[in-house]
Design a protein around this ligand. Structure first.
Ligand code: ADP
Ligand code: MG
Ligand code: ZN
Length: 560
């Protein structure tokens, strides 16, 4: 390892390896395939650059990010390394020149896009080349479970056999769920033991969810409070980008915009202006940012909910790469879910793929609705350690919220038993109506009017009840089957709550005072009877149904 440390210090001028780097390099040194899972900014490039400099032969780096290859190659040139890239941005003549030079082993590093492997000439040239290692950067693109699946990436796998020479293979990624990791391991023949996972922990990032705010007002006031800070605002559509951009521009901010509807030159110019601090704000769609190394980003604001947690964490993770405290704010409004559903419907995924995207979107929505620590939610999602995940970060919007942690097990039981009673055929809003005791005509139509007369949660507004239902979904105490009209279903956790094996706690901000009024013993007794008969009808223990009702509320159901 001594020689690698020397390279790190002499070429790169860094004193020591970052977490995971030495392990990855050591595995490569032993000639074994390796997978590096490290957060954005964790220093993945160095994991192939250091061995590439130490080894004889050419390191082939496959990356989907054509726009960044030149920067990487320039960086290597600055270190005195022989490096090049071969992609569609250079002329056919130039491509040929570089291919020839590659097969004469004149490079230490060659960057290529996955599409290159579709060319017979390229494969032939590779067969002539003395390859030191093959690195798959952004390796999650190889897996259909990843958030950015690229078929061209996957089709490289069988071609690896044809290249011969048995080169060492490495995969590198920042965001990988357990499924994606398994997929990469299987496709690239990486032993699970050779997977270096440094964790996603980004202790300098604080996560916030803002609900029901005027988004533009929020952004303007945020910018006022954080003057001079560099930040990225991610929007879901080009139209949103244009809108936010126009507003900020109008207020005199130094702002760039980036989305797929702009020309290649416009995008390049916007990116350069932002990278070199000519503009301090970037408004963009998710098209912006992959692989970009800008360390002083102080905040990421999501103008709308992203498609899934992988995209979210990758985008949010672009804040604070220098390790300084940074904020990641998501502006949540339920209508935005429709935009994402629309995008899923519009994409040409097959049935299974569509279903998968819906599930992922669901988890993203749950993130916005959970009342527990946001950071724990993220760590849990990526299954990053059970010990850390149950603790609160103390700095996210949920951890900082003022209010009281209340045991809502009984309310949860009421909601769940109502779902059961409704035969798991309805969504949140219909269930809320029944629990509220609404007289909505729709309830008659669906044969729910009788059930609704009990109105067992009538002390809350329909909105408050819906919030609680969404909370239960977010905590996976209840499932929402996806589709155009999500239907509520009970799951194992629901059963554990109904049987009292598990408790539910929730942050309640304003606890409504429950006033107990005096009633005569007679009245009390008849209420008790009522409680019993209603419970019998619903096949549930009495406490599940009415323990949380005030006598006064119950009195409303007394027979005349
Ligand atoms: P990733 O690809 O994991 O997102 P990069 O490879 O782009 O991250 O590295 C991010 C930054 O960290 C780069 O500026 C890189 O030079 C720097 N870096 C990498 N390794 C080290 C190290 N051992 N010490 C200091 N800085 C490092
Ligand atoms: Mg990288
Ligand atoms: Zn927290």
């Amino acid at each position: 390892m001594e020689k690698y440390l020397n390279i790190l210090q002499n070429y790169f001028g860094y004193s020591s390896f970052r977490p995971g780097q030495a392990e990855v390099i050591d595995t490569i040194d032993q000639g074994e395939n390796v997978l590096a899972v490290m957060p954005t900014g964790g220093g993945k490039s160095l994991c192939y650059q250091v061995p590439g400099l130490a080894m004889n032969g050419t390191a082939i780096i496959i990356s989907p990010l054509i726009s960044l290859m030149k920067d990487q190659v320039d960086g290597l040139h600055a270190l005195g390394a022989a490096a090049t890239y071969i992609n569609s941005s250079i002329s056919a003549g130039e491509q040929y020149q570089r291919l020839m030079a590659m097969q004469q082993n004149r490079y230490q590093f060659v960057y290529v896009a996955p599409e290159r492997f579709e060319s017979g000439a390229f494969i032939q040239a590779l067969q002539q080349t003395n390859i030191s290692l093959i690195a798959f950067d952004e390796a999650h693109c190889i897996s259909q479970w990843g958030h950015d699946f690229r078929p061209s990436y996957r089709s490289i796998v069988p071609i690896l056999q044809e290249i011969g020479g048995n080169p060492t293979v490495m995969g590198l990624t920042a965001t990988a769920t357990p499924e994606v990791i398994e997929d990469i391991q299987a496709l690239l023949h990486i032993a699970p033991a050779n997977t270096v996972h440094t964790g996603f922990e980004r202790k300098n990032l604080s996560f916030f969810i803002e609900k029901g705010v005027n988004k533009i007002d929020y952004i303007l006031s945020y910018l006022k409070k954080h003057q001079g800070e560099v930040g990225i605002i991610y929007a879901a559509t080009r139209k949103q980008v244009e809108h936010v951009y126009d507003v900020l521009k109008g207020k005199g901010y130094a702002v760039s915009k980036y989305h797929g509807g702009l020309s290649e030159q416009e995008r390049q110019a916007a990116q350069t202006a932002f990278i070199f601090d000519q503009t301090e704000l970037m408004v963009a769609t998710t098209a912006f940012g992959m692989g970009i190394d800008k360390s002083n980003v102080r905040f990421i604001i999501h103008y709308a909910i992203p498609m899934n947690m992988e995209s979210y964490y990758q985008e949010a993770g672009r804040a604070g790469r220098d390790g300084e405290p940074s904020n990641c704010v998501l502006l949540f409004s339920p209508q935005d879910i429709h935009t994402q559903k629309f995008l899923i419907e519009k994409s040409d995924l097959d049935e299974e793929g569509t279903q998968r995207e819906y599930q992922k979107l669901n988890k993203m929505v749950n993130y916005c609705r959970t009342q527990n620590c946001l950071y724990s939610y993220i760590l849990n999602y990526f299954e990053m350690g059970s010990a850390a995940s149950s603790v609160s970060c103390g700095r996210c919007s949920n951890c900082l919220k003022q209010g009281e942690l209340e045991d809502i097990t009984e309310e949860a039981q009421m909601i769940l038993s109502c779902v059961k009673r409704m035969r798991e055929r309805f969504g949140a809003s219909m269930t809320a109506k029944v629990l509220k005791g609404s007289k909505d005509k729709k309830l008659i139509q669906f044969g729910l009017s009788k059930l609704s007369t009990y109105g067992i949660l009538s002390k809350y507004t329909e909105k408050e009840i819906t919030e609680r239902i969404h909370f239960l979904i977010a905590e996976e105490c209840l499932s929402a089957e996806e589709g155009q009209f999500p239907v509520l279903k009970l799951n194992q956790k629901s059963m554990d709550i109904l049987t009292g094996k598990e408790n539910v706690t929730m942050f309640i901000q304003d606890v409504p005072a429950v006033s107990e009024t005096d009633y005569s013993d007679d009245l009390f007794e008849s209420l008790r009877q009522l409680r019993r008969s209603m419970s019998q009808e619903l096949d549930l223990p009495p406490y599940v149904l009415f323990s949380d009702m005030t006598l006064k509320e119950m009195a409303r159901y007394l027979p005349e």
